[in-house]
Design a protein around this ligand. Sequence first.
Ligand SMILES: Cc1cc2nc3c(=O)[nH]c(=O)nc-3n(C[C@H](O)[C@H](O)[C@H](O)COP(=O)(O)O)c2cc1C
Length: 148
Amino acid sequence: MLPHGVQIVTVRDGDEFHGYTSSWMTQASFDPPLLALGVRADSRSREMMRKGGVFCVHFLAPDQEEIAQRFFKPATRAGNKLAGLEYEIGEKTGCPVLTGLLAYAECRIVHEWGGGDHDVVVGEVLAAKVLREGRPLLLADTPWQYGG
Ligand SMILES: Cc1cc2nc3c(=O)[nH]c(=O)nc-3n(C[C@H](O)[C@H](O)[C@H](O)COP(=O)(O)O)c2cc1C
């Protein structure tokens, strides 16, 4: 019964880049601007967040399901999920910032809670940009489900 969007979250640990498809995400404060994410505790992305302390959220256009499909494959099967995609290096976090999507927000992790199969990770938005106008891809636009 919880409506969700579909986002791509990219992460960085040193020179290594990675990312996953996300839907458990909400704005959690205006000042400072915070985003709260539910992140699978045993995923590669979460491991890299623990080490790197940063992430970058991307909002997709409704016709960009294909990119989400690439990022929900686990690291063990997908290999380098960024291969062939265009990206720049985020000025604030060093995370990959994918070009051609609707918008992005670079975040530094300020709170983390564990306890279940997903951790709650709260990031402060350090930089954000709308790259082009349009509504974001919603989970309800897709054939996919992720709990809720
Ligand atoms: C529609 C959809 C939404 C998802 N939302 C989340 C999410 O909010 N949090 C999460 O940790 N995983 C979510 N996933 C699962 C991750 O994308 C998936 O576990 C990914 O393989 C993790 O990658 P990694 O182990 O390479 O980091 C979602 C999957 C799908 C298909």
